[in-house]
Design a protein around this ligand. Structure first.
Ligand code: UDP
Ligand code: MG
Length: 309
């Protein structure tokens, strides 16, 4: 089989059938493909829609989770069950058109050295403020992390089998795919595309979720924040030694009284704050380790509708 399309779906009842039709109309008979839908614990009628699609078509797999495990887990499950030589991750909401997949396949077919084509949004759909915040996030994470993150690069990408296997070999619980895809290496080509409006339903992203996601990325792919405490400790110790010398000289040579209350309050608050911050950073890593050592599965499958071999 040439291509597997992996489609994570969470409350996408109005989109899955449409996506299927668009894929069918775009690929026609030219490409031998399958679609792996992952129903990530949808609360609407997505499950029924997917079952219908599976019953009426041969090239459809449906993996249903026992609850919502998140898009990262859904992608992981989809990649695991995919059989194609090429695997493409695409959203269910039709923001990414199957036409783009055809372009990606062409790039791979014309250049055997490339293992992965990643689509990035040249022009973001969101407002200026959000774009600026996201740019800052990318600058920061690229500074502190060893793997390279490309601003605007999405999960919408196509990979050769060798890269899929590499991604699957990373079994960590906290899956930050943007990092994982880069960490495994391979030659990636970036292709600009324009995301369209969501057909129906709502985006699952909120500002709160984005902040959580950003922190998750930093903790998952960098240990530099842990070193922050060392630097702060070193600098404040150095500063206090210098200040000590200054105070002693002021008192003994010039008889100047050292102003007390304000300085002490500010310093206590500042250092207390820094200590709590460092403790928090430590806690973030500890929490991740705690969950990881429990070794729980990334997702739990309730039902897997396969296509006959
Ligand atoms: N998704 C998922 N599980 C979740 C959240 C989202 O499988 O917990 C799927 C969703 O159905 C969609 C894709 O991930 O196919 C992208 O989600 P969304 O459209 O909300 O993100 P956006 O396009 O706004 O970045
Ligand atoms: Mg979307």
């Amino acid at each position: 089989m040439k291509l597997s399309l992996v489609v994570p779906c969470y409350n996408e009842e109005g989109n899955v059938e449409r996506l299927f039709q668009e894929v069918k109309n775009t690929f026609k008979e030219n490409i031998d493909y399958e679609i792996v839908f992952v129903n990530d614990g949808s609360m609407d009628k997505t499950a029924q829609e997917l079952k219908k699609l599976h019953n009426n078509n041969e090239n459809i797999q449906v993996i249903s989770f026992s609850r919502n495990f998140g898009k990262e887990a859904a992608m992981y499950a989809g990649l695991k069950e995919s059989k194609g030589e090429l695997v493409c991750v695409i959203d269910a909401d039709l923001q990414q058109h199957p036409e783009e997949v055809v372009k990606m396949i062409e790039i791979l077919d014309n250049n055997q050295d490339i293992d992965c084509v990643t689509a990035y949004q040249k022009k973001r759909r969101e407002g200026r403020l959000m774009s600026a915040v996201k740019s800052c996030f990318y600058k920061l994470i690229n500074k502190i992390s060893d793997v390279k993150f490309v601003n605007g690069a999405s999960d919408f990408r196509i990979m050769r089998r060798c890269m899929v296997e590499a991604v699957l070999s990373m079994t960590e619980y906290h899956r930050f795919s943007k990092g994982i895809f880069n960490w495994v290496g391979f030659n990636t080509e970036y292709m600009p595309y324009e995301a369209r409006e969501r057909k129906t339903g709502r985006s699952k992203w909120s500002v709160k979720k984005l902040i959580k996601y950003a922190l998750e990325g930093m903790v998952s792919f960098s240990t530099k924040p842990l070193r922050f405490a060392t630097y702060v400790g070193f600098i404040s110790s150095l500063a206090s030694i210098i200040y000590l010398v200054v105070v002693v000289i002021q008192k003994t040579l010039y008889g100047i009284d050292v102003p007390g209350y304000a300085t002490i309050v500010v310093l206590v608050l500042l250092l207390g704050g820094l200590q709590l911050f460092c403790l928090g950073v430590l806690g973030e890593y500890l929490a991740k380790m705690y969950i990881q050592v429990k070794n729980r599965p990334v997702y739990i499958v309730k039902e897997h509708l396969k296509n006959e071999e």
